[in-house]
Design a protein around this ligand. Structure first.
Ligand code: G1P
Length: 294
C-alpha cells in the first residue's frame, strides 16, 4: 500500500445530485449505497488507505445525514450487541473510527473550486488532497495514494484517464506528453467545446487531486469559469502554465456514480468483488445474458 506524507484531505460533497433525482431529493447523493456502503464511504476509505488522517467534508444545507452516517449510534450498537450481531456491530463502529472527520458548509453552489476554498482555514498552509466522491475509484492500490506518491513540493498532481474525444466536453481535459504514466501538463481546460479538442482519445481529469499549499491564493483570484462556477480546473490551469502540474494515468477503474449508468456499473462491480455475493451475482448476469433481453 502506498502511504503518503500528506495527511490532510477534503471531500467536496455539497452538490445537488440532479442526475439522480428524485432519489436524491432527501437522501444526499453521497449516501446512495454501493451494496452496503454509501458512496462517500468509498472515498473516505480510499483516503484513509492512502495515509490521510484528517478529513474535511464540505457539505451544504439539507445534507447533515452524512455527518450522522459517520457518527456513533449507541442505540443501534446496543441493539446489535444484544443480538450477538458482531460482524454488523464492527462494521457500524468502524465507519467513523478510522479518521478524524470535520465538516464545513458551502453556503452557495458556486463550484468545486469554491467548495475547496471553504476548507482554506482548516487545511492551513500545507499540501492536501481532494477526492470527489462521485468518482468511485478502485484499483490494486488506493488511487489517491498513487497520486500522492508523485507529489513534490510546489507541484499539483491530478488523476487522468483517456476518454474518447466525443466525450471530452464532460471533463477537464489536459494536454501534454504522457510518458511512463506521468504527464507534465502544458494546457488544461474545463469542459472544452469539441472543436477545441484535437486528440482522440483525450486525457480527462478525474476527481482525485493533490494540491499545493498555494492553491487557495490562486482560487481566491479566479473569475467564474465554465457554468459560471469557480472551477478547481482553472486554478490547476494556472499551475499547468507555470509547469507545476502533473497528471498521472492511475492504475484502476473509475465509476461516475452521479450518473445512472455509472451508478449501475459501480453497484455491479462492487457486488462482483464481494466474496459472499460475487459468485451469485456472476451467475445471475450469465442467466440474464442467455435470456431474451429486450
Ligand atoms: C468535475 C471536474 C472535472 C472532472 C470531473 C471528473 O466535473 O470539474 O474537471 O473531469 O469532475 O468527474 P463535474 O463532473 O463535477 O462536473
Amino acid at each position: 500500500m502506498t502511504r503518503s506524507p500528506i495527511t490532510r484531505a477534503m471531500i467536496p460533497a455539497a452538490g445537488a445530485g440532479t442526475r439522480l433525482l428524485p432519489a436524491t431529493k432527501v437522501v444526499p447523493k453521497e449516501l446512495m449505497p454501493l451494496i452496503d456502503r454509501p458512496v462517500i464511504q468509498w472515498a473516505v476509505e480510499e483516503a484513509v488507505a492512502s495515509g490521510v488522517e484528517d478529513l474535511l467534508i464540505v457539505t451544504s444545507r439539507g445534507k447533515s445525514l452524512m455527518a450522522d452516517h459517520f457518527d456513533r449510534n449507541f442505540e443501534l450498537e446496543h441493539l446489535l450487541e444484544s443480538r450477538g450481531k458482531t460482524r454488523e456491530l464492527e462494521a457500524v463502529r468502524a465507519v467513523g473510527e478510522a479518521v478524524r472527520l470535520y465538516y464545513t458548509r458551502q453556503a452557495e453552489p458556486l463550484g468545486i473550486g469554491h467548495a475547496v476554498l471553504q476548507g482554506a482555514s482548516h487545511i492551513g498552509r500545507q499540501p492536501f488532497g481532494v477526492l470527489l466522491p462521485d468518482d468511485v475509484m478502485t484499483g490494486p492500490s488506493p488511487v489517491w495514494g498513487q497520486l500522492a506518491a508523485h507529489y513534490r513540493p510546489g507541484v499539483c498532481v491530478v488523476a487522468a484517464m483517456p476518454v474518447p474525444r466525443a466525450e471530452a466536453s464532460r471533463y477537464g481535459i489536459a494536454t501534454g506528453t504522457m510518458k511512463g504514466g506521468v504527464m507534465e501538463v502544458e494546457h488544461l481546460v474545463e469542459k472544452p467545446p469539441l472543436k477545441d479538442v484535437a486528440s482522440d482519445p483525450a486525457w480527462a481529469l478525474l476527481g482525485r487531486y493533490v494540491l499545493d499549499e498555494g492553491i487557495f491564493d490562486v482560487l481566491r483570484d479566479l473569475p467564474p469559469g465554465a457554468g459560471g462556477e469557480i472551477q478547481l480546473t482553472d486554478a490547476l490551469a494556472v499551475r499547468a502554465g507555470e509547469g507545476r502540474l502533473l497528471a498521472v494515468a492511475f492504475d484502476g477503474v473509475r465509476y461516475d456514480v452521479g450518473d445512472k449508468l455509472g451508478y449501475i456499473k459501480a453497484v455491479v462491480a462492487a457486488a462482483l468483488a464481494e466474496p459472499d455475493l460475487g459468485p451469485a451475482v456472476s451467475r445471475y448476469l450469465r442467466e440474464l445474458r442467455e435470456s431474451d433481453l429486450p
